[in-house]
Design a protein around this ligand. Structure first.
Ligand code: SDX
Length: 426
């Protein structure tokens, strides 16, 4: 039985239906609000606005819960692989062994990119940011592969093609930017090991695949795989709502993720920690700047629109730092700084009052440094991890009978009507 909220304005009372989610979340359905009341709602940053119903990811920001298709991310990080988690997000269920084998074959079959794509890379300025290159190259895939003819038949090929090639394209940008020989994907290597090999193998120094590093990369990408309607996923859904091809929609998601307030924060955290280290290691001035309302400086890797407690992914990432660094007997001074910064910040009234805790980006850069990923590739690593989530959300929106072209309204606050003034009268 549908519940309603009553909206009273003047002598009128409007009844708006209440929607309840499977975890008890409640929403007021305003899809007919303007038609019935003449009003729209206003919600900068959509902090209180749901764009869709979704079966993919559940987050509870107060309790620090994150589940993909109902499975807690902690269990997936411990027991699953990134490939299996990608299958779960996109198809809704964990794969059988047969389904996983078929998925692996498809990923292998589609891991190469057209040789002509190398000319694109060679014509980017050497200092180009890898996120700008990746967004362009994913968009360029449309030129090499036909439009989705039949969503159902084509989707598995197109989706798997994109999941597989994004690794190859990311590794190519790393090798070509350094003037190194491009390393091709190997059919005998699994998803994560193949990426590491493409990144770090070389004719003069063969890359030795370490199972702990492969596990760390699987966990890193599982933790990034989806996060409901975040900025970049909303960009994918909005651009996709115009019925543009999947590559263009994903390219828009990559562009949105690049921002330092979003996925670009993992690079910004390391740059912030490096600045602290290079200015003598005193964190107090940075904490004071973060608290100063007149200073646009933000403590990168802290705070979240949804989590008002510790980001569950940050907890796992922090444990992974300790494991990886002790495995390779690495002492990363930035980790000491990060832990000191966290300890001081979490005792500050400002951070307590604003519910500011470390988010997924705060420790992820330390993990990536330990693996050997360069700082300017950190957000590319986030993008590769988030790709199955973007694809799953795009697919869900394409299959949603109620999904239509995204087109928000506005409240106009500009000048009232006035006449054109010829230039000699201005
Ligand atoms: C990701 O949405 C997702 O799910 C994203 C993500 C995903 O997986 O897709 O989780 C990935 O993007 C994580 C977030 C990475 N970004 C950063 O680490 C950048 C630093 N963080 C902030 O910029 C900020 O916390 C945001 C952008 C993440 C969230 O900010 P909101 O929800 O828009 O809140 P806000 O900016 O309006 O801040 C609310 C208050 C403000 O103070 P008041 O004006 O109310 O007094 O909190 C303060 C802010 O000044 N604040 C911070 C702060 N974050 C918020 N103050 C200092 N340092 C910070 N980091």
């Amino acid at each position: 039985m549908t519940d309603f909220v009553k909206l009273t304005y003047g002598d009128k009372i409007y009844r708006l239906p209440v929607v309840v989610g499977s975890e008890g979340e409640k929403a007021i359905d305003i899809s007919k609000l303007r038609q019935e009341t003449g009003f729209i709602t206003l919600d900068p940053g959509y902090a209180n606005t749901g764009s869709c119903k979704s079966n993919i990811t559940f987050m509870d920001g107060e309790k620090g819960i994150l589940r993909y298709r109902g499975i807690p991310v902690e269990q997936l990080a411990e027991h699953s692989t990134f490939k299996e988690t990608a299958y779960l997000l996109i198809n809704g269920e964990l794969p059988t062994q047969k389904q996983l084998n078929q998925f692996s074959v498809l990923l292998n079959d589609h891991s190469l990119v057209h040789e002509d794509m190398q000319f694109f890379y060679l014509n980017f300025p050497r200092a180009s940011h890898p996120m700008g290159i990746l967004s362009s190259m994913v968009n360029a895939l449309r030129s090499f592969y036909p439009e989705l003819q039949n969503l159902e038949e084509e989707i598995n090929i197109t989706v798997t093609r994109l999941l597989s090639k994004v690794r190859t394209m990311a590794a190519m940008s790393y090798k070509i930017a350094r003037g190194h020989k491009v390393v091709y994907p190997r059919p005998d290597l699994m998803y994560c090991a193949n990426f590491l090999n493409m990144m770090f193998d070389s004719p003069v120094r063969p890359y030795i695949i370490d199972e702990d590093v492969v596990k760390a990369l699987n966990v890193f990408w599982i933790l990034h795989a989806d996060h409901e309607q975040n900025c970049s996923t909303s960009a994918v859904r909005l651009v996709g709502s115009a019925r543009v091809n999947l590559y263009a929609a994903i390219s828009a998601g990559i562009a949105a993720l690049w921002g330092p307030l979003h996925g670009g924060a993992n690079q910004a955290v390391i740059e912030m920690l490096t600045e602290i280290a290079e200015t003598g290691g005193n964190i107090k001035p940075f904490i004071e700047r973060a608290k100063d309302k007149n200073d646009p400086f933000r403590l990168m890797g802290f705070g979240h629109r949804v989590y008002k407690t510790y980001d569950p992914r940050a907890k796992i990432m922090k444990k992974m730092c300790d494991k990886l660094l002790s495995k390779f007997n690495i002492h990363d001074p930035l980790l000491d700084l990060a832990q000191e910064l966290e300890a001081v910040a979490l005792k500050e009234d400002y951070f307590i009052e604003h519910n500011l805790y470390p988010n997924v980006d705060f420790y992820s850069g330390i993990v990536l440094r330990a693996i050997g990923i360069p700082t300017n590739m950190f957000t590319v690593m986030f993008a590769i991890g988030r790709l199955p989530g973007w694809i799953a959300q795009w697919k869900e929106s394409m299959d949603d009978p109620h999904w239509k072209l995204g087109r928000p309204r506005q409240i106009y606050t500009g000048p009232l009507e006035r006449g054109y003034v010829p230039i000699h009268h201005r």
